[in-house]
Design a binder for this molecule. Structure first.
Ligand code: BES
Ligand code: MN
Ligand code: ZN
Length: 461
């Protein structure tokens, strides 16, 4: 997969990236034949458009349009789509864009290189880019590689991405970066120490487990917890077929934290990272957990099951309880947790919750810089009563379904009581139709925003 930039060559072709407002001056400054060619082809810098300027032989240059300021607000990664239209060759960028705006386009170029070809041959984009100067190229490459890992994991169907395959993917990542990894898988140990992971996962022929990876020996402690539901049938409260159709992506949180872990380790960031993944399949069997069962949890809180389809919060709760025993500076959970989050913000935005208001500012700033939009949601205390039913401490699926993403977040927060700073993302993990740099399918959400915010959040340079 062509993730990396190429080295400069003498023969690379200029790729002019122009705002619509720059096009007239650009054309006026061209030799007559080029100007007339651009005009004859009607090139006006419309967002995502391009025009190839011919040479005596082959191509002299390519111009591509970024559209208007309005388009820049509406469309991320325009250059990604341009890349897919370019003829084979090596290009170098010529543009007035700088800073974050330039970085976004260059990242778009890299993201356009993603191809999921595990099950069928797919065309790989042939255009290569010389690394533009003035950008942290290694960082962009690490980000793209992490994102590609996330996409591969989500796109791989449950038949090839069960709990053990997810563990294997984490182990592969750990090996690549010399991280420590261990897994709790024995039926007895899980039942004893992670009773809710056990309860949710036990109905599957593919054993549930808790994956625990650690990396780094110095610096602030960051713990990432990712929902690893490799397939979510809904359990005995079975999902209807239309809702089950996409549920291979229910390990999107795990895939995203692994992608982020890749970025952090590849960049050798000065922190102590821990990644916890409860990996299960929420399946149906005679030993499945049932509605009205009351589960014990690692933390000691009892949970009444009112819907076996609200399984993500259960497995995360036990993993969060473990994370909370470890005096982390920041715990972050990422999960495809609720349909309500998707209903609220759609597939592009990552809704997030924080216990510490200033962390939201840092994250929003990071999101902006990383072109990875997020939106803050409230840990709304008055709704706490919605998750307190009758006979147990907590209810996993409040009746009425009001504020579904918020009540799920409040549920999780109950399991983080020793760590002041907790952040939770209720992500979608899926791009329903192709956009620049994001083909239809699995997609990382929130990871780049978080990566950009880490120095602020954890206080290192
Ligand atoms: N994995 C789903 C949430 C989901 C569904 C995410 C569709 C993205 C798209 C989760 O396990 C679930 O089923 N949640 C239920 C909870 C409800 C039963 C309280 C939901 O959101 O409907
Ligand atoms: Mn579910
Ligand atoms: Zn789920």
């Amino acid at each position: 997969m062509p993730i990396f930039f190429t080295d400069p060559t003498d023969t690379s072709l200029p790729l002019y990236l122009l705002m619509q407002s720059e096009v007239d001056d650009f054309i006026a400054a061209q030799p007559k034949r080029a100007a007339s060619w651009l005009n004859a082809n009607g090139f006006s810098g419309v967002v995502g458009s391009h025009c190839i300027l011919p040479a005596e032989q082959g191509i002299a240059a390519v111009v591509a349009g970024l559209g208007t300021d309005q388009d820049l607000k509406r469309t991320r990664f325009t250059l990604a789509d341009v890349r897919l239209k370019l003829p084979e060759g090596t290009y170098h960028l010529v543009t007035t864009l700088t800073g974050a705006a330039l970085e976004q386009q260059v990242l778009g170029w890299l993201l356009a290189g993603y191809v999921f070809d595990r099950y069928a041959k797919k065309a790989v984009p042939k255009a290569q880019l010389v690394a533009p100067s003035g950008l942290d190229i290694q960082r962009l490459e690490a980000i793209a590689q992490g994102e590609f890992l996330t996409r591969d994991l989500i796109n791989t169907p449950a038949s090839d991405m069960g709990p053990s395959e997810l563990e294997a993917a984490a182990t592969k990542l750990a090996t690549e970066f010399d991280a420590q990894i261990s897994t709790v898988q024995s039926d007895a140990l899980l039942a004893e120490n992670f009773p809710m992971i056990h309860a949710v996962g036990r109905a599957s022929s593919r054993a549930p487990r808790l994956i625990d990876m650690r990396w780094g020996t110095q610096g602030p402690k960051l713990t990432l917890v990712g929902k690893g539901v490799c397939f979510d049938t809904g359990g005995l409260n079975l999902k209807p077929g239309s809702s089950m159709g996409l549920m291979k992506k229910d390990m999107g949180g795990a895939a995203t934290v692994l992608g982020l872990a890749h970025m952090i380790m590849a960049l050798d960031l000065p922190l102590q990272l821990r990644v916890l993944i409860p990996a299960v399949e929420n399946s149906v069997s005679s030993n499945a957990f049932r509605p009205q069962d009351i589960l014990q949890s690692r933390k000691g809180l009892t949970v009444e099951i009112n819907n076996t389809d609200a399984e993500g919060r259960l497995v995360l709760a036990d993993a969060l309880a473990l994370a909370d025993e470890d005096d982390a500076d920041l715990i972050v959970s990422m999960a495809t947790l609720t349909g309500a989050a998707r209903a609220a913000v759609g597939p592009d935005l990552s809704p997030f919750y924080v216990t510490e208001a200033s962390d939201a500012f840092a994250l929003v700033k990071g999101a902006e810089a990383a072109s990875d939009p997020v939106w803050q949601m409230p840990f709304w205390d008055p709704y706490e009563k919605l998750i307190e039913p009758g006979i147990a401490d907590l209810d996993n699926a409040p009746a009425g379904g009001m504020a579904g993403s918020i009540t799920a977040a409040l549920f999780l927060r109950r399991f983080v009581t020793n760590t002041p700073r907790y952040m939770h993302f209720d992500i979608y993990g899926w791009c329903p139709s192709a956009l620049p740099g994001r083909p239809k399918g699995g997609v990382g959400m929130g990871a780049r925003a978080l990566l950009a915010a880490l120095p602020d959040l954890l206080g290192y340079e």
